[in-house]
Design a protein around this ligand. Structure first.
Ligand code: GTP
Ligand code: MG
Ligand code: ZN
Length: 298
């Protein structure tokens, strides 16, 4: 017989903790939700807060630059960039930022995010917007592009992704602008798939558009500087299918361009057959703007 709430011994009911992402009750010492694998530390850290934190999802294909973007964003926030300062809740929140910064300091990109949800890094920050003297609590997981692709291809493969995307207060959809500028239709199609997945999961009627703030971030814009000049125009020209879907189904979309590297080198070695990219120096452009736009609306 499956274990239902009614059959759980009394002593355990008293201390069961509901997962922040999917709501499933878990034992008090569970490190991860037994249903969706989200870290239970999120709930323990939220403890005394009046309102639950807002979820912001960073989505996009594998290799688009999600981990790099999120790592630098968190690092900028904790260094009090622009209008913001950010305080991590829980030491685990620092791991992503630390991984990205230490790799980049050693002139290497961070490794690919593993597909298994229990190995993702999650960041839980209290963000202070100084001009408005406003605090926002944010939870941002670094999901793997391949897991997102698997969930989009056959919904309900990754429960955590469905729960995250349907409950997100805002999304950043990262698109490989360098590929798109080179004429590849792949970024356009993947972006469309992601948005139509969100559209169907939210279950909005055909005459209702999705109003969740969605920032489309044109990544690797160092390869195509024209994306910085006019991101909307770039998207309309190079990602026309995605652009049209945004117009017809999403009422709150904005386009941004971003890049983290100033110059790249290409290296090979006797031990490996492929060419690896070496970031020679970091030059952050457009990292904060999409985040600021999302925060202004959550
Ligand atoms: N030129 C350029 N390349 C970038 C930039 N950001 C990331 N990259 C490249 O994109 C690769 C992938 O970046 P990640 O952040 O690991 O990509 P991801 O979206 O997290 O990929 P998954 O973990 O597989 O989902 C890096 O190894 C770099 O080669 C950028 O701003 N400019
Ligand atoms: Mg990654
Ligand atoms: Zn869960």
């Amino acid at each position: 017989m499956s274990e239902t709430y009614a059959t759980v011994p009394q002593a355990r009911i008293g201390v069961a903790v509901n997962c922040m992402i999917c709501g499933t009750p878990n034992g008090p010492d569970a490190p991860q939700c037994r249903q969706c694998l989200a870290p239970m530390a999120l709930v323990h850290d939220a403890g005394a807060q009046e309102a639950p934190p807002a979820l912001v999802s960073i989505i996009g294909e594998s290799n688009v630059g999600k981990t790099v973007y999120l790592g630098f964003l968190l690092d900028m926030l904790s260094q009090r960039a622009g209008d913001f300062e950010a305080i991590p809740r829980g030491a685990y929140s620092i791991d992503l930022q630390q991984t990205v910064i230490s790799h980049m300091a050693a002139r290497a990109f961070p490794p690919k995010t593993p597909m298994e949800a229990d190995r993702w890094l999650w960041a839980y920050y209290q963000v202070h917007q100084r001009s408005a003297d406003r605090w926002v609590d944010l939870v941002m997981p670094d999901m793997a592009g391949e897991s997102l692709a698997a969930e989009v291809a056959s919904p309900r493969t990754f429960r955590v992704i469905r729960d995250l995307l349907t409950r997100s207060a805002g999304s950043l959809l990262l698109i490989d602008a360098a590929l798109a500028a080179n004429g590849s239709p792949q970024p356009d199609f993947f972006g469309m798939k992601m948005l139509s997945y969100i559209d169907s999961m939210r279950g909005a009627r055909r005459d209702q558009r999705i109003d969740t703030p969605t920032a489309v971030v044109l990544c690797k814009a160092d390869h195509c500087p024209e994306a910085f000049d006019d991101p909307r125009r770039f998207a309309e020209a190079n990602l026309n299918r995605l652009w049209n879907l945004c117009l017809s189904r999403f009422s709150n979309v904005e386009f941004f361009a971003a890049s983290v590297v100033g110059s790249l080198a290409y290296g090979t070695s006797a031990r490996q057959e492929f060419v690896s990219l070496i970031p020679l120096h970091t030059a952050l452009r457009g990292i904060l703007e999409p985040f600021q736009w999302i925060i202004d609306q959550v």
